[in-house]
Design a protein around this ligand. Structure first.
Ligand code: ZN
Length: 200
């Protein structure tokens, strides 16, 4: 995922997951920086820019909308998310999915959906499987499931062979960034109905 991200091969969902993980993880930041410099050196070797190619490339960069001024987050919201939210996590308008679970949609591209999920302590998503990939990155708090325990910056990649029921840790609410590449698979009726209603 890091190499895909560094080479620009990652899609928007994976790019968001990786960019957000990088805000937490110095060793992955170093690896991406290394991959980018190696990739750049290879490009220089393979395809030296001739004539006005460099000028044109720089002009294209100039035409890209400028990044909004990077104001410091007041609550430690990763910059990759501030960009999408237009502000901090503390300003997110959550949609309740029950007494202990809420979500906020970030974007949808085809079958891929990016969302924020918030679980109050002890809240669970309901046991579910996956038709494709589910990337879950912890932003705040933590959760535990059949595969282990996850805290801030940790990434879980759930594949179609995994059935799990993530439960939010005691203490502060667990806030996750979740990217799914297909709908989830709930076996029990009520969760299945809720998932359909809320588009999970
Ligand atoms: Zn899952």
């Amino acid at each position: 995922m890091l190499l895909d991200y560094a080479s620009g091969a990652a899609d928007e969902g994976v790019s968001l997951i990786v960019a957000t993980h990088l805000c937490f993880c110095p060793s992955c930041r170093a690896l991406v920086a290394l991959a980018e410099s190696v990739g750049g050196a290879l490009l220089d070797d393979v395809a030296p820019m001739r004539g006005d190619a460099l000028v044109n490339a720089l002009a294209r960069l100039d035409n890209v909308a400028p990044e909004p001024k990077a104001e410091a987050s007041r609550d430690g919201t990763p910059s990759s998310l501030r960009h999408l939210l237009g502000g901090d996590l503390s300003g997110v308008r959550w949609r309740a999915m029950g007494p202990k679970l809420a979500f906020a949609n970030l974007f949808r591209r085809g079958q891929t959906r990016a969302r924020l999920l918030k679980g109050m302590p002890g809240g669970d998503t309901g046991s579910h499987g996956h038709h494709a990939f589910e990337y879950t990155l912890v932003l705040q708090g933590g959760f535990i499931d059949e595969t282990g325990s996850y805290g801030p910056g940790d990434l879980q990649v759930a594949t179609p062979d995994i059935v799990h029921n993530p439960v939010a840790d005691p203490g502060e609410p667990c806030i996750n960034l979740a990217v799914t590449t297909a709908p989830l698979r709930f076996d029990r009726f009520i969760p299945r109905l809720a998932a359909k209603t809320f588009g999970f």
